[in-house]
Design a binder for this molecule. Structure first.
Ligand code: NAD
Length: 318
């Protein structure tokens, strides 16, 4: 039996591809003892919950329920994946406006009676804008409203380098910061293997031909989601693993460093925008933002990324 102290309750809003795969990943990792799936399409949520529950005999005990927003109010963490996807004839701004309207409906209901230590983790795209919208609508302190940000992009970056180097991705250190999207910024100056900077990767890499092609690597990462969506309609496995990693940092109070989307106030001269920077995360949410030493071109690219996001925010009504 799990005692009340040990109970970890996680709410997932949106039981689509991403939400249900996150539930599956959390079930496999044993991080949650209770998962509540909420979707406007109640039948879909119920179907996903049934399918997941039937694996109960293979994993640590976990209650998988469906419910309403108010069933999530005493959760340790609420993960938000609900939203519309971009139609072929829609612009990015159309999608931003559409999902902002959905969040205007969800967030007040979700947070009206929320426990004082519940954290919110936004995954829906555009994740930086919607994390900002969630923070504004919820009135919660910003350390409790987190966006999954570029945790996935940083993983794609490390994978891409690992393939070129023939070295375990876990031993390659590198960060993508800024927007989770087209203006994201690879921090080449902080990318390293056992402390060796990127320029010296050839010394430890087996495959030496295309390791130094920065443009090729970054274009691979930026286009990854588009390419997967074109081939199979959605991306959900890697984002679910990224979310599982974030949840672990939170629930186990790990003080882990991850490139999460957070409210930036006076970092690199930027203010009042959510974007990704390396953050220390624990049970209280974002403990602090770490200021990487950026090259002047990286800092300029980050400023541009913040501008792109701020221009989007100016075009929506919160
Ligand atoms: P999906 O269409 O399969 O699922 C979305 C779900 O949200 C649907 O089941 C829908 O019924 C539900 N929904 C819509 N409005 C709702 C409301 N008001 N309340 C409750 N549920 C509601 O989409 P998906 O593939 O699961 O993607 C979900 C989101 O995750 C998208 O915005 C996608 O772009 C985003 N995503 C983010 C990342 C990232 O790195 N941040 C990666 C992959 C996908």
């Amino acid at each position: 039996m799990i005692s009340d102290d040990e109970r970890v309750k996680i709410g997932i809003i949106g039981a689509g591809f991403v939400g249900s795969t996150i539930a599956f990943t959390l079930m496999m990792s044993g991080l949650a003892s209770e998962i509540v799936l909420v979707d406007i399409d109640e039948d879909k949520a119920k179907g996903e919950a049934m399918d997941l529950r039937h694996g109960a005999s293979f994993v640590s005990p976990v209650d998988i329920e469906t419910g309403t927003y108010s069933d999530c109010r005493d959760a340790d963490l609420i993960i938000i994946t609900a939203g519309a996807n971009q139609n072929p004839d829609e612009t990015r701004l159309d999608l931003t406006k559409k999902n902002t309207e959905i969040f205007k409906d969800i967030i007040p209901k979700l947070t009206s009676d929320i426990d004082s230590d519940t954290l919110l983790l936004v995954v829906t795209n555009p994740v930086d804008i919607l994390s900002y919208v969630t923070w504004k609508l919820s009135d919660l302190p910003s350390h409790r409203v987190i966006g999954s940000g570029t945790v996935l992009d940083s993983s794609r970056f490390r994978y891409s380098l690992s393939q070129r180097c023939d070295i375990d991705a876990r031993n390659i250190h590198g960060y993508i910061i800024g927007e989770h999207g087209d203006s994201e910024v690879p921090v080449w100056s902080a990318t390293n293997i056992v402390g060796l900077p990127f320029e010296q990767f050839n010394e430890v890499c087996n495959q030496k031909d295309n390791i130094n092609s920065k443009e090729e690597i970054i274009s691979e990462i930026k286009n990854a989601a588009y390419e997967i969506i074109e081939r199979k309609g959605a991306t959900y496995y890697a984002i679910a693993l990224a979310v599982n990693r974030i949840v672990k940092g939170i629930i186990r109070d790990e003080n882990s460093i991850l490139t999460l989307s957070t409210l930036v106030q006076d970092n690199y001269g930027l203010n009042d925008v959510y974007l990704s920077l390396p953050c220390i995360i624990n049970r209280d949410g974002i403990r602090e933002i770490l200021n990487l030493e950026l090259s002047s071109s990286e800092e300029a690219a980050l400023t541009h990324s913040a501008k792109v996001l701020q221009e989007s925010i100016e075009q929506i009504e919160i």
